[in-house]
Design a protein around this ligand. Structure first.
Ligand SMILES: Cc1cc2nc3c(=O)[nH]c(=O)nc-3n(C[C@H](O)[C@H](O)[C@H](O)COP(=O)(O)OP(=O)(O)OC[C@H]3O[C@@H](n4cnc5c(N)ncnc54)[C@H](O)[C@@H]3O)c2cc1C
Length: 471
């Protein structure tokens, strides 16, 4: 039995490939439907509902077909609304504990494929906790998953190619995009123009968006402001230099009722950390799970695919999922090693071309240290626990905090409901910068290391998990 965690492009592809190679597969997904971030869709499951959303994303039909193949495969049991909250391992097996229908279940597996994706990267700034300020992924999830519009007049800002489909989707749904601001300049592409050839389809897609949308480049939202009702009224936008420092006098206010601001993605490594798998610095210095050519992690029974091996988009996730599924079936003895190697060969070439392209995008759209100059002393770094920059700085300079662990203990930064998913990456960078150091990969790993990584009530924790009887 192979267990796949995550029902996005990587997980669905891995599950299907493993099942087609003869393995039995349990696919666990915390969301209500398969599809992941990329193929998030309305609750209606028919082809019509999926194709009806192609205005938001052109390849919804591909997602629909893949999802149907997964659901109709007799060797795959998929369980949605299954939130993994802890995992442990010993020599004989790996234990996966998950909540389903409010009850804690436990499942023993010999082989695991991790495909838990990524979440939006946020940077704190004054007013980022005002209702109406959200991430691009949040605004898009409301639209794709519930047909809810984040606002009427929306500012989309931050960095990365993801801003374009979000702004375009919101505009098509009827929102007035009152500003679309990219922090990086288009000329950064010049040094990497040769790489464009690696993914002409994506380049064409980007050019198409840019024909439809007017984008300000070299600008950032540096603060957000509420009206008397406490809701977002306007954002302050400024021109920034290549280090993300504000160009004085360039600030202007843009009236809006929603602002979708994001700075790329952060791999979701909670399970990777809890299983003690090796992590290495990714393209942007943030950890990713280390995998070999076969998508095998540092534990040969555990494979990984998709954004957790390095953010790279849905197509790369699909390629990695295919290789992980094939390699896991091989490990289970369902296919021969030579079949795996020959099947993986052509996909490997595609994977390395896609990875090269993804790494280039990360270099072009890299976040620069100057964002810290936008913060005020009273800006909350941790929104859940309301820990301000001033509190964090005082803990470093007055209480001797030197790392994220001691900062957590003395300030509660990263200890709230989101368990540091939103703030800990920024907190680690601030703590390092205050000590005139560079944030290390070990510090980021330490910030994300938790034996229990999803919210669970004391009652659920106290229950003996029910052994899950798969297939
Ligand atoms: C909010 C958001 C929106 C995005 N939208 C786009 C887009 O429009 N276009 C684009 O090109 N790229 C988009 N991306 C990038 C996107 O991550 C990839 O393109 C693609 O979805 C990656 O596939 P994946 O399978 O690696 O991860 P994902 O699609 O993220 O799938 C991972 C799955 O794992 C599940 N999971 C995570 N943790 C657990 C757990 N503990 N227990 C059980 N299940 C778990 C998640 O619910 C999720 O469904 C988006 C990313 C984010 C974060």
């Amino acid at each position: 039995m192979i267990t796949v965690i995550g029902g996005g492009p990587a997980g669905m592809r891995a599950a299907l490939t493993a099942a087609n190679s003869g393995a039995r597969v349990l696919l666990l997904e915390s969301g209500p439907r398969l599809g992941g971030q990329y193929w998030r869709h309305l609750p209606e499951e028919g082809a019509e509902a999926w194709t009806g959303q192609t205005a938001l994303q052109s390849d919804y039909l591909a997602g629909f077909l893949l999802r149907n193949q997964v659901l109709s495969n007799p060797k795959i049991e998929s369980v949605c609304d299954a939130q993994i909250w802890s995992t442990t391992k010993n020599d004989a097996s790996i234990t996966v504990n998950f909540l389903h229908d409010g009850i804690s279940h436990s499942f023993e597996t010999q082989i695991l494929i991790l495909a838990t994706g990524a979440f939006d990267r946020t940077l704190p700034f004054p007013g980022w906790d005002i209702p109406g300020v959200m991430t691009p992924g949040g605004a898009q999830a409301l639209l794709k998953g519930s047909n809810v519009h984040a606002g009427k007049k929306i500012v989309v800002a931050g960095t990365g190619p993801f801003l374009l489909p979000v702004a375009s989707g919101l505009a098509k749904a009827g929102a007035d995009i009152v500003g679309l601001y990219e922090a990086q300049r288009l000329r950064k592409w010049i040094s990497y123009s040769g790489v464009a050839i690696l993914n002409l389809r994506k380049i064409a897609q980007g050019a198409n968006y840019l024909r439809q949308l007017r984008q300000g480049r070299g600008f950032a939202v540096i603060s957000a402001h509420a009206g008397e009702d406490g809701l977002l009224k306007y954002v302050r936008v400024a021109k920034i230099d290549t280090h993300f420092r504000i160009k004085k006098g360039s600030e202007t206010n843009i009236q809006c009722d929603a602002a979708a601001i994001g700075w790329g993605f952060t791999p979701n490594l909670s399970i990777v950390a809890s299983l003690g798998l090796q992590q290495i610095p990714g393209q942007d210095g943030f950890p990713v799970v280390a995998v070999d050519e076969l998508q095998r992690t540092s534990d040969p029974r555990i494979f990984a695919a998709g954004e957790i091996t390095g953010v790279g988009g849905a197509e790369l996730s699909l390629s990695e999922g295919m290789i992980a599924g094939q390699s896991a079936a091989d490990f289970l003895g369902k296919v021969s090693r030579s079949a795996t190697l020959s099947k993986n060969k052509s996909i490997s070439r595609r994977r390395s071309r896609q990875r090269k392209f993804a790494n280039t995008l990360m270099r072009i759209y890299s976040v620069q240290d100057g964002w810290r100059t936008w913060l005020g002393d009273d800006t909350n770094i941790c929104r859940c626990e309301e820990v301000s920059l001033q509190t964090l700085k005082a803990s470093i300079h007055e209480l001797g905090v030197t790392n994220i662990r001691s900062a957590k203990l003395l300030t509660r930064v990263g200890m709230g409901a989101c368990q540091g998913r939103i703030c800990s990456r920024s907190a680690v960078e601030i703590i390092a910068a205050e000590q005139k150091l560079k944030a290390t990969v070990e510090e980021h790993i330490s910030a994300g290391n938790r034996p229990i990584f999803s919210p669970i009530t004391l009652g659920q924790l106290a229950q003996q998990p029910i052994a899950y009887d798969a297939l």
